[in-house]
Design a binder for this molecule. Sequence first.
Ligand SMILES: [Zn+2]
Length: 201
Amino acid sequence: MISPGGFESNMYLVNRELLIDAGTGLHPKILVRELHELGIFFEDIKRIVLTHAHFDHAGGVHLFKAAKVGIHKDDAEIIEKGDNSGSMANMFSASLKKKPVDFMLDDGDLIKSGDLKLKVIHTPGHTKGSICFYDEKNKILFSGDTVFSEGFGRIDFPGGSSNEMRDSLERLSKLDVNMILPGHGAPVWGSGNETIKRLLM
Ligand SMILES: [Zn+2]
């Protein structure tokens, strides 16, 4: 887990080659330092998968020149067009650099890295193309901005929907989850199911 703080999203490094989310890209020096502590350089990252197209998660993809980028098809256009309102870059007084998407993700896809398998779960509500990554074997959910340790993601941004969020949380509540690794804030250790079910009350 790389968690530079501020407005940056958490980033998760999997098997030293796959990165889940990429931060804003506004503070490359801090990111270089955090990666170096793990013995990693930008070029070591071969794939980035994005939980959604918001600037605080996707703005940094351009720093990783060797990485192929994947995102759910419903959020892909925001990245490809460098859409500053769809990505909320406007809110950060920043602009999203255009980036071609290398692979489109959809519900049920499997992302493999070493012996780890991450299942893509489409969880609209925060954005149209929000996704979570589920490691069934280890019962870990990378939840992006859909689920946090206390609460769920905002639904009042463009593409947000309270009904879709509810359906998404309903779906996630049926998974067997121990650990939740969210897009912001602290992880949830060992009580993932309870955390998700509490959000549905
Ligand atoms: Zn977001």
